[in-house]
Design a protein around this ligand. Structure first.
Ligand code: GLU
Ligand code: MG
Length: 440
């Protein structure tokens, strides 16, 4: 089912937060009286360009803008969230914004870049895009406790009233929740939501995270989307489900197994995503802890390969031949900016179409069970083992480096080098993991 974005009426009460997704995947902005929301929509809220480079630890990364300049954040009336705690003082209201510079869309705005990339997908393939970001998260990460309750009704019951409240709030806010269930890890949950068109899937990812965090607060819990909590054994993935939709709802990505026509388009698009797998990780799994989650044997994604029923590959074909056929990109997490993650995946797919890449062979075995020579023969490549390796792959990847506007690319690379330095100062991998658990 395709549903619209999270739509809501902002009430005149309380505050509304107007913000955007920054380079480290956080939602940042300013709050204003809700009664002023209309005025803000036309004038925009004043914002400093360098705020895009706020780091996860409370500082700011070196960036091309410094203390000068001003952009305006214009809230998009189609990207609103208003949820109300039953006995709360005022609603929790949030509006996502586009950034403008001198009255024009700001080149470095991640949401704007995704919109331009979507227009290019439509121009080249004739298709629109549907996406759904499937989130895993943990309640109170780091708290001791057994997790023998994986996938059980008891784990859900033990977390009440959180799960029941969450599903009601998500449904009322238009997220089209498909499930809320206890996952494998300790106090780990998953919430897949219905697909949304164009950039709205990425909007929904940011809004969903804030909703989950807020509803957890209502029952005195803390929700964390960190890629992996120390000792959890299993990570919190953000699997990006993606479909191209042409005339009559037909998806070339559903025709991956067919040769000719739309089948060839889908095959080249998917092959492009797999071909750029290493560089994509720099934008989709972009923090030092991301690489504690990724890797063989974690059911996250260990290899740049296309697969069917296979949870060790970068890209999975889901439901081929059915009307809901699509692909699932598995090497993403919530430290990524969802606009950059989705945009980069689309840019990689487009590069595959432009180069008319031959299909990536479908791997239905766990690549770790093949000997290295056989993996090489099949063209199955390991994903980067660290953020440093992923950044090196991005630097060498002309198509993806060139897809990022120069200022945004400089700011992004400076942020990631800065983040690596700061994380190294935190100490052991466990200490780094705990810090990310608190932050995300
Ligand atoms: N938790 C796994 C991850 O880190 C995903 C497990 C699943 O397939 O749902 O991506
Ligand atoms: Mg899962």
């Amino acid at each position: 089912m395709v549903s619209g974005p999270a739509r809501a009426e902002i009430t005149a009460a309380g505050l509304v937060f107007v913000g955007q997704g920054d380079l480290v995947g956080m939602t940042r902005g300013k709050s204003l009286p809700a009664a002023r929301q209309q005025a803000a929509a036309s004038e925009g809220v004043g914002w400093v360009p360098a705020n895009l480079s706020l780091d996860p630890f409370g500082g700011i990364a070196p960036n091309p803008w410094g203390p000068t300049g001003e952009i305006r954040l214009r809230p998009d009336p189609a990207a609103l969230l208003a949820i109300e705690r039953p006995d709360g003082p005022s609603p929790f209201q949030l509006a996502l914004a586009d950034a403008y510079l001198d009255g024009e869309p700001w080149d470095a705005c991640p949401r704007g870049l995704l919109k331009r990339t979507l227009a290019e997908v439509e121009r080249v393939t004739g298709c629109g895009v549907l996406s759904a970001f499937e989130h895993e998260f943990q309640l109170d990460p780091g708290a001791a406790g057994a997790h023998q309750d994986a996938f059980s009704p008891h784990a859900l019951a033990a977390a009440e009233p959180f799960p029941s409240t969450l599903v009601g709030v998500l449904a009322a806010a238009g997220f089209a929740p498909e499930m809320v269930f206890s996952e494998f890890g300790p106090r780990q949950f998953e919430v897949p939501c219905g697909p949304a068109p164009a950039h709205e899937g990425a909007d929904r990812a940011l809004l969903l995270r804030e909703t989950v965090r807020e509803v957890a607060r209502w029952s005195g819990r803390r929700a964390s989307f960190t890629p992996i909590a120390p000792g959890a054994g299993v990570g919190n993935g953000v699997h990006i489900h993606l479909s191209l939709r042409g005339e009559g709802g037909f998806s070339p990505l559903g025709a991956l197994d067919e040769e000719g026509g739309a089948g060839d388009l889908g095959r080249s698009f998917a092959a492009g995503i797999v071909a750029h797998g290493e560089a994509l990780c720099a934008l989709t799994a972009p923090s030092p802890v991301s690489y504690e989650r990724l890797g063989p044997g974690h059911w996250s994604a260990g290899y740049a390969a296309l697969g069917g029923v296979n949870r060790e590959v970068l890209l999975r074909i889901v439901g081929p031949g059915t009307s809901s056929a699509h692909v699932e990109f598995r090497a993403a997490d919530a430290t990524a900016n969802p606009y950059l993650a989705l945009g980069a995946i689309l840019a990689a797919g487009l590069d595959g179409v432009r180069r008319n890449l031959p299909p990536a062979a479908r791997q239905d075995e766990d690549p770790a069970t093949l000997d290295p020579a056989e993996r090489e023969r099949r063209g199955i490549r390991p994903l980067p083992a660290s953020l440093e390796d992923a950044l090196a792959a991005l630097a060498e990847d002309e198509a993806l480096s060139g897809w990022l506007p120069p200022e945004l690319r400089d700011a992004y690379l400076a942020m990631k080098r800065h983040e690596l330095d700061l994380a190294a100062e935190l100490g052991s991998p466990a200490e780094i993991g705990e810090a990310y658990g608190r932050i995300y």
